[in-house]
Ligand binder design. Structure first.
Ligand code: UDX
Length: 438
């Protein structure tokens, strides 16, 4: 199959490289000439484990190429994937579809023979049909079908998620388009991946419903964590106790400072907007958005309370700034609420993040960036873990304790064992875990 990928951002690049790995010929385009020049040189503009090698291997094998001309890519393609950004629109929280529709209009001009035009970007219900309308209007006799094929990629595990997905959801409405999509994903038959074929609206809703459900699950366990703190229960045991019920499942029950990232905040907002617009209000999702936003703000208060009601004049060491580990992504990261709130309360922040500091420096002011986790702990009055980078779990607590001015830790990801830390002389506070009885 010949595939054109419109948009070489996170989703486009990962999907393009993975389709090439499936054996297809993939042409990735982007308007950003600088980005394309870098990709051609083998430089990967994002941090995603394994992506550099996957791109290099497939470029070398002649299955993956990059360019700026959409027409070149679309002309010969069997399928064109739209993987451009759909940011949150200012003002109303709806997904901004400008780039999707602009791509559709350009694709319309470039189509030659029968082509399946697939939306891969996360788009609100109704977008697929609008893409079809735009193309039909520009090319009334054009041979094409539209399809919706949402991605379910987690940053940091995107390649694995693409190559070994739990399922593939495909919204198509003709046999011909279904055959093209089935051929594209054929390699996944070998690992018996369930293929869920639906109509276009269903595929669009499935993506949002999935993310909204996961965001709800996280928000639910976060509230249970607050309750556990009040009554001396341990949220980890509660999560295990409920998660072993197959109907609930153990994943996504890890409490923390609130969800962030490029997907959950944006998609829950857009989903709530759709619900209001069509008169089927998604009240649970609306609540999840509100509770999660409040939680991110509340985390600074947790640190301040732990320090006896004030952090004025204190040095706070911060471990982790990205919204989650294995990424340099700072979008909607809880640190963007926590750090400024601590600064406003008079704290001096010394932070370390393995990958996110360049990006964080653009978004946070007045922060001193440390070269290592130990350096961030040096002379700190309290250490706050915001992101659960794997390397933090391996830190030597004794060395941290010696470096700190006062051995105090607020562990917003529960990466340390409370008993062990207290045994070593730390004053320790996790999320939803029992405090020592006084
Ligand atoms: C998510 C979805 O998992 C993916 O399927 C979708 O396509 C895009 O959005 P991603 O945003 O990369 O992926 O990260 P994910 O690992 O799902 O984490 C999202 C947020 O939830 C992070 O801020 C993370 O810290 C938080 N989270 C996740 C929790 O607080 N607790 C959990 O148990 C799980």
């Amino acid at each position: 199959m010949r595939i054109a990928m419109i948009g070489s951002g996170y989703v486009g690049l990962v999907s393009g490289a993975c389709f090439a790995q499936f054996g297809h010929d993939v042409f990735c385009v982007d308007k950003d000439a600088d980005k394309i020049a870098r990709l051609r040189r083998g430089e990967i503009p994002i941090y995603e484990p394994g992506l550099d090698r996957l791109v290099a291997d497939n470029v070398r094998a002649g299955r993956l190429e990059f360019g700026t001309s959409l027409a070149d890519a679309v002309g010969n393609a069997d399928a064109v994937f739209i993987a451009v950004g759909t940011p949150t629109r200012r003002g109303d929280g709806y997904a901004d579809l400008t780039y999707v529709y602009a791509a559709a209009a350009e694709i319309a001009k470039a189509i030659t023979g029968y082509t399946v035009v697939v939306t891969k970007s996360t788009v609100p219900v109704g977008t697929g049909r609008e893409v079809a309308r735009i193309i039909r209007e520009a090319q009334p006799s054009g041979q094409f079908d539209v399809a919706s094929n949402p991605e379910f990629l987690r940053e940091g595990a995107a390649i694995e998620d693409f190559m070994k997905p739990d399922r593939v959801v495909i919204g198509v409405e003709s046999e011909r388009a279904r055959d093209v999509m089935a051929a594209i994903y054929r390699p996944l038959n070998l690992i018996q991946t369930p293929m869920v074929f639906t109509n276009i609206e269903t595929a669009e809703i499935t993506k949002y419903a999935g993310n909204a459900f996961l965001a709800t699950k996280i928000t639910f366990i976060n509230e249970i964590a607050d309750l556990c703190e009040k009554v001396g229960a341990d949220v980890h045991d509660v999560a295990r106790g409920i998660g072993l019920d197959g109907r609930i499942g153990r994943k996504f029950l890890h409490p923390g400072p609130g969800f962030g990232g490029s997907c959950f905040p944006k998609d829950t907002l857009a989903f709530a907007h759709t619900g209001r617009e069509v008169g089927a209000a998604q009240t649970i999702v609306e609540q999840v958005i509100e509770v999660n936003n409040a939680r991110k703000k509340k985390m600074a208060r947790k640190v301040i309370d732990f320090c006896g009601g004030s952090v004025a004049g204190l040095t706070v060491g911060v471990l982790g700034l990205t919204f989650k580990p294995n990424t340099d992504d700072m979008r909607d990261a809880p640190s963007l609420d926590i750090v400024p709130a601590l600064q406003a309360a008079g704290a001096k922040i010394v932070a370390f993040d393995p990958e996110g500091m360049t990006e964080a420096a653009k978004l946070l002011s007045g922060v001193t960036f440390a070269k290592t986790a130990y350096e961030a702990a040096t002379q700190a009055d309290v250490l706050v873990v915001i992101t659960e980078w794997h390397e933090f779990r391996g830190l030597d607590p004794r060395r941290i304790k010696e470096a700190m001015r006062q051995p105090r830790i607020v562990d917003l990801r529960n990466i340390f064992d409370p008993e062990e830390m207290r045994g070593l002389g730390f004053s320790y506070e996790g999320v939803g875990r029992p405090r020592p009885r006084t």
